[in-house]
Structure formats: C-alpha cells, structure tokens
Design a protein around this ligand. Structure first.
Ligand code: SAH
Length: 395
C-alpha cells in the first residue's frame, strides 16, 4: 500500500480522529496512488497513523477511514459500515408513520462522500468522493442485500463532485428508473417525491422533527411558511389544525407539488394560499399590505457555503429575520433556521438579536432546533453539524 507522509506538527487532528487531511498537511507521497485509492498515512518518523482515501484533485487530499493498523480496508469493511448505518435508522422507520429518512450520512457514518436517502422502497444516492465511487459495486450490492429496494438512483449532481474531479451524473444504479412520483409518508403525512427531478435528493427529511415541533403550536393559528418547498411545515401545520397557511417558494415545481400534497392528504385546500415568488420580495409586500401572522417559518437555502461567506450571509439572515419579525402579531412565533454549517448556534443567536434590534422587537428564544438522528454528528467531525434553528416569541 502506498504511504503518504504527514508534515511534522500536523498530527493532532489525525490523532483526534478527524477524518480530513488537507493537501497542505502532506509532506510527500511515496509512489503514485490513483485518485480514490486507499493509502496508508504515516507520521514524519514513519509510524502508522491511519488509512484513508487519496485524491490529489481535492483540497481534502485524504479522507481517513480507519485508525487501527491491523484492520484491513476491504469490501467487508465497507459492507460493515453500510450495515451499521442502516441498522441505526431502525427506530425512525415506523410502519404507517415514516418511511423516508437518510440511511447514510457521509463522514458522520464513517463513509466519506456517500449519502443514501430512503424514499419508501426507493433509494437515492449521492457519490461525492472518488474513493466511494470505486467502492460503489460492493456498496450497491450490500444495500440490495439489506433492503432489497425497487430502485437505486444516483442523484450526484452536487457541486462537491467537481472538487474531486468527478463528473455530475444522474443514472439508475440498480432496479428500474424511479417513477416520476414516489409516495412517502413522514410524521403520518403523505408526500409525492420526484427523486430524479426534485431538489437535493428529492426531499428535505432533515426537518422531520422540527416540522412536528412547529406544528404543535399551530392549532387555530395563521401560519406563514417561507421557503416551503413541497410543504413540509405547511402540511404538518394543517394536520395540527392551523386556521390557514400561506406557503411561499420561488420554485413553481415545488409549489405545484405542495398543492398535490395538500390533496393527497385530503386537507382543506381552502385553508392554503400558495405563492410562487421570491421570499424577500413577498415579505416586503405583506408588510406594505399590513398583513400579519401568528407563526412565521423561515427555512432558507444555505446562505453561507463556506466560512469566508459568513459575514455576507449573516447580513442576509439578519435582513430576512427582521422582515419575518415585522410580520408577526404580538407574542407570535418565529421558527427560523440556518442550514449553513459555517453558522454556529451562538452566531445565529447574535444574528437574531441584531434582527430584533433593527425590527424594534423584543425576542425570547423559547426552543432550539437541530438536525434529527438520521443526520448524526460524529464526535470527531463537528463539520457534520449544519442544521440549527430557533423558536422565538416576538413582542
Ligand atoms: N422548508 C422546506 C425546505 C426548504 S429548502 C421543507 O420543509 O421541505 C429551501 C427552499 O427555498 C427551496 O424549496 C427553494 O426553492 C427555495 N428558495 C430558494 N431561494 C428562494 C427565494 N429567494 N425565495 C423563495 N424561495 C426560495
């Protein structure tokens, strides 16, 4: 196995089992590994440190897999990690309540670059590293052995594939092409998912628990669901007896699917207003019209793709939340989220405090939101924690 020598002084993160080694931390490579090969990382004195995937096209040149020298990184190793991850999701998948979740979450499940989402009997996969790409035949085989899915579809259209020098691809990996509409159930609510055409891998299952928490306040309330996508917060609020829900998203396809989903659940269409528009524009329009709500949900896309974008993103989050606060009745609730990994909870609270000052409002944080158990945070990889939110009472 080809050896990669770590620069002296760069050992700490590796010893703490952080799975990334940046190219700048590498002293030299003893040989010519192909991208995606498993290599052995050694320290400056030649002692074993870890095994990992190599890629000279990526800023993260090594993605570490195993810290025990005696363990062989073979097909069995990958099958074992897949099986561990799948077994860990058993508690989420309850008959008739929820049959969609993330089965494998990349580094957090010890499989750097592999994401697998389950949609009823179908699987959507993202392959984001050359190392995982090489192991896909055995990973697909293991998923078939464990779950016998109707289809496995590769939804690897993420920009991170380009960082590894991989082409974007959308192909059937096993079984048939997934149908245009796959019906799933989450929190007892039915959704149509378009795996091939939808955003991300089709659905944002990371908000499953947070939708339930917000809905628990919605009975009899006038709700505004901003960045609604296909209606996660809208449908949970309707199920809890909201008086009305207004859903705003810029994607016409998402809004059309949301309307389908309202019908699919036999909810009262008269209670739902959908607006296919830019949220920032629409919130200003509500303000001009003097429209107020009891609950405002703000679940925007990732504003800060990296730490360097955090300042600009913080201003955008502040402005969005300021507008949201101004549209609430006295004592109303703002459920606000950030899925930017670069934004931590402390900074997010600070952003909300600025927004409150600018809006001339008083804000209490009454609950905190995080990502659910099928998006685990590995103790040695804090970067895996990305979703956070605050439930605010606004006066
Ligand atoms: N709350 C949703 C997930 C939101 S994902 C759920 O529970 O499923 C973010 C959404 O924001 C996407 O649907 C995207 O189409 C939408 N979006 C992105 N930028 C937007 C903008 N400027 N105005 C309105 N919607 C936007």
């Amino acid at each position: 196995m080809i050896e990669v020598v770590l620069k002296k002084g760069k050992e700490k993160a590796v010893l703490h089992r952080h799975p990334w080694v940046f190219s700048g931390a590498i002293e030299n490579v003893k040989g010519k590994p192909a991208n995606g090969d498993v290599v052995k990382l050694i320290d400056a004195k030649g002692a074993f440190m870890a095994y990992g995937f190599y890629n000279d096209r990526s800023r993260v040149a090594l993605r570490l897999l195993e810290w025990d020298e005696t363990v062989e990184i073979n097909e069995q190793w990958f099958r074992g990690k897949v099986a561990d991850a799948v077994a860990g999701r058993g508690d989420i998948l309850l008959d008739g309540v929820t049959n969609t979740c993330r089965l494998i979450f990349s580094e957090s499940d010890y499989l750097p670059g592999l994401i697998v989402d389950k949609y009823a009997g179908h699987l959507a996969v993202q392959v984001l590293t050359s190392g995982i790409e090489k192991m896909m035949p055995c990973i697909i085989d293991e998923l078939q052995r464990l779950l016998n899915p109707e289809s496995i579809f590769d939804k690897s259209d993420a920009s991170s594939r380009n960082h590894e020098g991989l082409e974007t691809q959308n192909i059937v990996l096993a079984g048939n092409h997934p149908p245009e509409r796959v019906e799933v159930i989450e929190n007892g609510i039915r959704y149509n998912i378009n795996i091939a055409e939808g955003q991300k891998s089709g659905f944002y299952c990371d908000q499953r628990d947070n939708r339930k928490i917000v809905a628990s306040y919605a009975s009899g309330k006038k709700v505004l669901d901003c960045f609604s996508y296909t209606g996660g917060f809208t449908l949970n609020s309707l199920k809890s007896g909201a008086a009305s829900v207004t859903s705003v998203d810029s994607s016409v396809l998402a809004i059309d699917t949301l309307k389908e989903n309202v019908l699919l659940n036999n909810f009262d269409t008269g209670k739902v207003t959908t607006i296919a528009s830019d949220v920032n524009k629409q919130l200003r329009k509500f303000r001009e019209d003097g429209e107020l709500f009891d609950i405002v949900v703000l679940d925007p896309p990732k504003y800060a793709p990296s730490r360097s974008a955090l300042d600009k993103a913080s201003r955008a989050y502040k402005d969005l939340n300021r507008l949201g606060m101004l549209l609430l009745n006295k004592g109303g609730l703002l459920a606000t989220y950030s899925c930017s990994g670069a934004m931590n909870m402390e900074t997010f609270k600070q952003v909300l405090a600025w927004a409150a000052l600018d809006a001339g409002k008083q804000v209490q944080f009454i609950n905190q939101f995080c990502q659910p158990e099928d998006h685990p945070v590995r103790s040695s990889f804090p970067e895996g924690e990305y979703l956070k939110g605050l439930l605010c009472r606004v006066f």
